[in-house]
Design a protein around this ligand. Structure first.
Ligand code: HEM
Length: 558
């Protein structure tokens, strides 16, 4: 009996084979169910090989048998994954892309973390074509005909990218809702808040904050100021007013004294990384230092929300709609949802608008003739003495609109788009000339589409006139490339379809008012010795396009 107990279950060769086959089995489990729970992952990666060691210990003893078993199991698992991802059986095998990206999503996540994702993806599209495999289960698309089938109402729902980005799953904000019906329901108060009528209610806040910015810059005339920083001060102060009826006073202080900015920006960078590899975030969020950082942000958001609940509505700010103070819904949403959405508005509305205005100003400063033409239009509608804070002429200012459109075209605030994925259980979706298999993260790369000569003539040139020519407002100037290529359907800075930017109306109103008043009141030039290219080089794509310093000198015009 004692002798039988020591008999090995299998000969060494069969034992190794059994271990390798078990690893392939584990791969199939990971592939089919994508388990994230630590208990199940540990079971598959640690417990199973630990048990299988029993097959080798009788041959090699515990000291060699256990490590040998683990090495065999993990190697077989890695090889199984590698061969599948690179092999012809993978559903994305027909799509080209860089080898490391096909092997692991960590490759692309690293590019995202480095902040140059927008340029990296543009290079990939130039090299591989309109569809590129940028992860084992992910593609990027640069084909304007795919915008509607991917992003439109019959398109794809959101992917799990936002599960990774979201700091606290229990306070999922609107942007993270994957279920189309839930998303539509949750978007209703936002749509009420940003209807054309409601946006007019925000005009006095815009005017007051625009006036404050121009005064603050005017008070610093002759000094070097970082225009990009001041625009961010402005957008944060404005969004604080618009969302919560008041929060920050960065323009008054000339600084982010509460440290809100740093906290949110760090969240943006790490969130962009996690969005690429949601399973990493699942574990990372449990790490003590990340948990502490999350907590700081949460405490800040909670305290502001509590204050706003306590003070009630002095005006119809966004909170008024989000918390159902307008009484449009039968039941009010729980506080955690309101907190999540309030914070989303602050982040989604501040950095995006700031980045577009800073980039547009950068191009205006590089093209003094365009700046002059804009100034001439502003002076025509708002001659000296006329209050350019009164929005009455803005709708007639076609050149202002063209300048802003051109800024949005060249510098979409979300350059690399947000992810979608075919509906679960449908097997995949045909999108233009492509078939996207189920489980494939899919993005439309706005940056590349906006800078594609098939969509826009001279795509790398800041040329606002293109918008006027395209609308028939003026003729194509002599010497311009004819015919004008202008694919309006390819212009999607606010995305497209049911998940598009809900704040588009307010963002446009804010940017027009701001640029109009700035140009009426101030002369602006690059500070001496500034190399404008440094500004473009410093820009980074962390889901939102983040700009560097833009040192300028201003002079009052009156
Ligand atoms: C120039 C300024 C802005 C640009 C270029 C911009 C662009 C975008 C883009 C590209 C998306 C992603 C849509 C998608 O997933 O397909 C988005 C979403 C969103 N934006 Fe904006 N945005 C801007 C300003 C604002 C403002 C001022 C607000 C106001 C709070 C705002 C609120 C939102 C929200 C809540 C979402 C999520 C919508 C949803 O999931 O239903 N954005 N934005």
């Amino acid at each position: 009996m004692g002798t039988n107990a020591q008999l090995p279950l299998l000969f060494p060769r069969d034992a190794f084979l059994a271990i390798a086959l078990s690893a392939v089995g584990a791969h199939l489990v990971f592939k089919k169910w994508e388990p994230k729970q630590l208990r199940i992952v540990s079971l598959l990666l640690l417990f199973v090989p630990a048990c299988l060691s029993a097959l080798l210990v009788p041959h090699y003893g515990a000291l060699r048998g256990i490590p040998l078993c683990f090495a065999t199991y993990w190697s077989a698992l890695s090889l199984s994954i590698l061969f599948y991802r690179l092999g012809p059986l993978h559903p994305l095998s027909r799509y080209p892309g860089p080898l490391p990206a096909k092997v692991t999503k960590l490759w692309h996540a690293w590019q995202v973390h480095a902040g140059k994702q927008h340029l990296y993806l543009q290079r990939l599209h130039d090299k591989y074509g309109d569809i590129v495999r940028i992860g084992p289960n992910e593609v990027s698309i640069r084909d304007a005909s795919c915008i509607m089938p991917i992003l439109g109402s019959q398109g794809m729902p959101k992917s799990d990218m936002f599960l990774g980005r979201n700091m606290w799953p229990e306070t999922a904000p609107l942007i993270g809702y994957r279920d189309p019906a839930e998303h539509m329901k949750r978007r209703k108060p936002w749509s009420r808040a940003f209807s054309s009528a409601a946006v007019r209610e925000f005009e006095p806040i815009i005017q007051q904050r625009v006036h404050q910015l121009v005064e603050a810059l005017g008070a610093r005339q002759g000094q070097v100021v970082d225009f990009a920083e001041w625009i961010s001060f402005f957008t944060y102060d404005f969004m604080g007013d618009m969302v919560f009826g008041g929060w920050t006073e960065m323009m008054r202080d000339g600084a982010d004294q509460g440290g809100l900015w740093d906290l949110l920006r760090r969240g943006l960078v790490i969130g962009a990384f996690w969005g690429e590899v949601p399973w990493v975030s699942y574990y990372a969020k449990k790490l003590p230092w990340i948990a502490t950082e999350n907590k700081a942000m949460r405490v800040m958001a909670f305290s502001r929300t509590e204050q706003r609940y306590a003070s009630g509505s002095a005006s119809k700010d966004l909170f008024y709609y989000l918390s159902n103070e307008d009484g449009a819904e039968k039941t009010s949403p729980p506080r955690n949802i309101v907190i999540g959405d309030g914070l989303l508005a602050l982040v989604a509305g501040s950095d995006t608008t700031a980045t577009v205005v800073a980039n547009t100003m950068y191009e205006l400063l590089r093209h003094p003739n365009i700046f002059k033409r804009l100034q001439a239009e502003v002076d025509k509608f708002y001659p000296p003495g006329e209050d350019s804070l009164d929005a009455k002429h803005i709708k007639d200012m076609h050149y202002l609109e063209a300048v802003i459109n051109e800024g949005l075209r060249m510098y979409p605030a979300v350059p690399s788009g947000s992810h979608r994925a075919p509906e679960v259980g449908k097997g995949g979706k045909a999108v233009g000339p492509y078939f996207i298999p189920e489980g494939t993260q899919t993005r439309v790369h706005f940056w590349s589409i906006h800078r594609d000569a098939r969509n826009f003539s001279c795509p790398e040139t800041f040329w606002p006139e293109r918008w006027l020519v395209a609308e028939g407002v003026e003729a194509l100037p002599a010497g311009a490339p004819a015919p004008l290529v202008h694919n309006a359907n390819a212009f999607t800075p606010f995305s497209f379809g049911p998940y598009n930017c809900v704040g588009k109306n307010i963002a446009l109103a804010e940017m027009k008012q701001l640029l109009c008043h700035l140009v009426q009141k101030l002369e602006i030039r690059f500070a001496d010795g500034v190399d404008p290219e440094t500004y473009t080089r410093a820009a980074e794509d962390h889901f939102v396009y983040v700009v560097g310093k833009l040192p300028v000198v201003v002079r009052r015009r009156d």
